[in-house]
Design a protein around this ligand. Sequence first.
Ligand code: ATP
Length: 282
Amino acid sequence: MTAISVSRLSKRFGTTQALSGIDLSIGSGEMVCLIGASGSGKSTLIRHIAGLEFGDGGDSRVSIFNVPTQAGGRRLPGARTMRRDVSILFQQFNLVSRLSVLTNVLVGKLGRIPRWRGTFGVFSASEKSEARSALARVGIEKVWRQRASTLSGGQQQRAAIARTLVQKSRILIADEPIASLDPASARRVMDILSDINRTDGITVLVSLHQVEYARRYFPRTIAMRDGQIVFDGPSSALTNAFLSELYGAASEEFVLPEAPAAHPDHRPEPAVTKRLGAFEAA
Ligand SMILES: Nc1ncnc2c1ncn2[C@@H]1O[C@H](COP(=O)(O)OP(=O)(O)OP(=O)(O)O)[C@@H](O)[C@H]1O
């Protein structure tokens, strides 16, 4: 089944063409990486998929599990039900710093309980126990009583992942979730996302600047440049020459000198479905 489908999606902000005729399809249970230089359109695409932004009209369409959430730049009723199916992680964690870690995780339940319970913070024993289990799964159960503001960056991102676990969505989208973490914390977060994908079958779409993580963790990578998809295929097919081209002057910062490694996953690799223009020879 198709988890995420985007067709003919364009978005202009003033004179900036942030997205230009995006077409993509991500199957249920896939783990896909989105890469591209700063300003290439990754966040804008993610925001459209998550229903936080709407395209410029025309015959664009975004669907989640075959339910259209926007068409022609207009929100459709499917967008509301989709909120349950898609959870989002951001670079800055988006926890409520003065609340406990446990309460922050329980926030993930808000779309599934009566509004009054959310307003007054009334959660059942089983909901609290589920939140504790989610914290245990991401390895930070001990800090459940602490204020979110007291956690390290890596712990905060893991708490944010625990919040998505109790949300029980079928798609997890993360916009640069490891950009502000040290390498050890970043690996931990990526290991957890990978485990959620494999164990729970949750579809995972992550935007990253760190190309080495794309190669190590993701069977499939989608690369963007100037609001267009310029590569869509197996991460192992990402050559350093291609990445240098993709990132231009910023490539030294992002591209590792080593040759691309085969993805350790034993699932069959996706075929390259897109390789455009200047990237033809990569
Ligand atoms: N709300 C907005 N108003 C005006 N311009 C915007 C807006 N959102 C994005 N843009 C522009 O659209 C383009 C794509 O931005 P986007 O944030 O999607 O890129 P990105 O690939 O996620 O970049 P980064 O890796 O730096 O986060 C950029 O030129 C950006 O300045």
